[in-house]
Design a protein around this ligand. Structure first.
Ligand code: ZN
Length: 409
């Protein structure tokens, strides 16, 4: 069906393409737009956070004045793409149509309007503007200590991924895990492409469990933070993937550590691998629960993943008791494991209590908010773990094959 609801100029141009049957009447459009409330919502969002940026402020005021001059059906339907001013690039061509010879017909009275059109066009091309927490729909309200600089619902994956390069409350969250994601892909590629003489296939297989966990965790996380403002359904789906990623990273981290720590002891190695697999699977199942992502369950989420990581205390204690503390510190990288655990736990606590923005609301809207600090701690912990398991593997492999128990006796 023809789309004839944007501008008067466009409607004139489109006459040959659209039949009267296709085109809704002005009265119908007005009724639809008024009913949707988009016009008022959009105006409000456009003008909400203008204090952040003077240029944006000027543009927004002029845009608003221009919108006020337009008939309601044009102004409202201009924003019909998203619930809150989500305007896609495909509008670019439509707008350009307003600047061709047709406008000359309007002559002098249109000059001031031209200026407003140009500014409106620039704002249009920018696509959207950040909004105040109060103006977010309920499903986008996660952290009420972050006051300004939120993305509105964008309703487009293209717009979401473009927002990676703009400044808003999620910019830091996206980049911290995007850079970690790229770094671990590079490390994994380097490690797995070493010649067999240098790194055996068994080592590659065992380390792959960790690489897969780290890459999926960081990849799911940066994708979630990029697209969660798309729509409620998409946001919820990627939120679950984000939580799954944390469980997968924890499970993947255990594999090489258990493999090398209990290198010659098959039973505990298999038992502990089965334990982390079961606990990780339970965490993933719990993450699938719709309510798990709600803000009020933030401490529960932190608790579930801290508990999953802390289950590593059991095999660690087993190792210390059977091999001795000296051995554990020097040959099982216990120090690095403890450092990793501290980073994860401190990061999860910062995430749960939302400090510093809880103490200074509105001061960490863009940078250094608790979630970014948590992200940095996760990446740091993953690097520490990689270093730790590399040391254990180097030590264990320098010992050669396991001595059969009968010979030990
Ligand atoms: Zn995150």
């Amino acid at each position: 069906m023809c789309d004839c609801s944007t501008t008067e100029a466009e409607m004139t141009l489109a006459t040959s393409a659209c039949t009267d049957r296709d085109r809704p009447t002005v009265t119908q459009q007005e009724a639809a737009c008024s009913a949707s409330n988009q016009y008022h919502d959009c105006k409000e969002d456009i003008t909400t956070d203008t204090a952040d940026n003077l240029q944006q402020q000027e543009s927004s005021h002029l845009l608003q004045r221009h919108l006020d001059q337009l008939p309601l059906h044009q102004a409202g339907c201009w924003h019909r793409n998203g619930g809150a001013c989500a305007i896609t690039e495909e509008k670019d061509d439509d707008i350009d149509g307003m600047f061709d010879g047709k406008l000359d017909f309007m002559a002098m009275p249109g000059r001031a309007l031209d200026k407003a059109e140009e500014i409106a066009r620039r704002v249009w091309l920018a696509g959207w503007t950040v909004v105040h927490h109060q103006h977010l729909p309920k499903w986008l309200r996660d952290n009420d200590f972050l006051i300004k600089g939120h993305r509105p619902p964008l309703n487009s994956f293209y717009a979401c991924f473009k927002s990676i390069f703009r400044i808003h409350t999620e910019t830091g969250n996206i980049w911290t895990h995007l850079l970690g994601f790229v770094a671990f892909i590079a490390i994994a590629t380097y490690f797995l492409t070493r010649p067999t003489l240098e790194v055996q296939w068994q080592e590659k297989a065992v380390f792959s469990a960790f690489f897969v966990g780290a890459i999926l965790c960081l990849g799911f996380s940066f994708t979630f933070h990029t697209v969660f403002c798309h729509s409620e359904r998409i946001g919820r789906f990627f939120n679950k993937l984000d939580y799954c990623g944390i469980a997968l990273l924890t499970m993947g981290s255990f594999v090489p550590w258990l493999y090398y720590s209990f290198y010659c002891r098959t039973e505990p190695k298999i038992a502990y691998m089965a334990l982390i697999f079961i606990l990780g699977t339970i965490s993933i199942v719990v993450s699938m629960w719709d309510k798990f992502a709600e803000p009020k369950y933030r401490p529960l989420r932190a608790g579930v993943f801290i508990a999953l990581g802390l289950s590593g205390v059991i095999p660690a204690m087993h190792y210390v008791i059977t091999e001795g503390f000296y051995q554990a510190v020097n040959y099982a990288a216990l120090g690095w494991l403890v450092l990793m655990a501290i980073l994860y736990i401190v990061g999860a606590i910062i995430y749960a209590v939302r400090i510093p923005e809880r103490i200074w609301p509105g001061k960490f809207d863009i940078w250094f908010q608790s979630h970014q600090i948590f992200h940095v701690f996760v990446v740091a912990a993953a690097f520490v773990h990689f270093h730790g398991i590399s040391k254990i593997a180097t030590y264990r492999l320098s010992f050669g094959d396991c001595i059969p128990e009968t010979e030990v006796d």
